[in-house]
Design a protein around this ligand. Structure first.
Ligand code: FES
Length: 169
């Protein structure tokens, strides 16, 4: 018998834990998840469109970045976005975990990717943030507000929040 009905990304209690036997959980799209998985829907449709996002945060969760923070940052940021109503809709901000970028000295690395095929902001695209494990919720909320309102991150962040980039010959 099912003991609960919750959203897969609604609580850090799940983290990346798969659905257990007799547990009912739904994913971000509202579909019930297959036992043994964290997000695979029971009503699988290979042709179903992916959920629109305006901004994608690629948060490195590989060995060194993943150990930088004391908690599961990706799950926490998803919760924060949900509380702000930015987990869906035309200004949705999506958080995905990435593997190592080879920039571990700047951990915890977060790359910002704007959906320039839709309503993404070109000027916020391809920005790289460093030491994001030190950002508190207030700072993340300010970042999310800025991104969702199409305002520039360089207007609210310090130069030292960005990873420098150069061409090596
Ligand atoms: S582990 Fe994140 S950049 Fe290497």
């Amino acid at each position: 018998m099912a003991s609960s009905l919750t959203n897969s990304h609604s609580s850090s209690q799940y983290g990346s834990n798969p659905v257990k036997k007799d547990e009912i959980r739904v994913n971000e799209m509202g579909s019930e998840i297959v036992e043994g998985y964290t997000c695979k829907p029971k009503d699988y449709d290979a042709t179903r469109a992916i959920m629109h996002y305006k901004t994608l945060l690629l948060l490195c969760d590989d060995e060194r970045c993943g150990k930088a923070g004391k908690d599961d940052r990706a799950t926490h940021l998803r919760e924060l976005l949900k509380s702000m109503g930015l987990n869906k809709g035309k200004n949705r901000i999506k958080v995905s975990r990435s593997g190592c970028y080879g920039a571990c000295r700047f951990r915890q690395v977060c790359q910002i990717t704007e959906n320039t095929q839709a309503n993404g902001n070109l000027e916020n695209n391809a920005l790289w943030l460093k030491e994001t494990h030190r950002f508190d919720d207030a700072k993340w909320q300010e970042i999310f507000e800025q991104l969702s309102q199409d305002k520039l991150l360089i207007d609210i962040l310090d130069e030292n929040d960005f990873i420098p980039m150069k061409v090596y010959e």
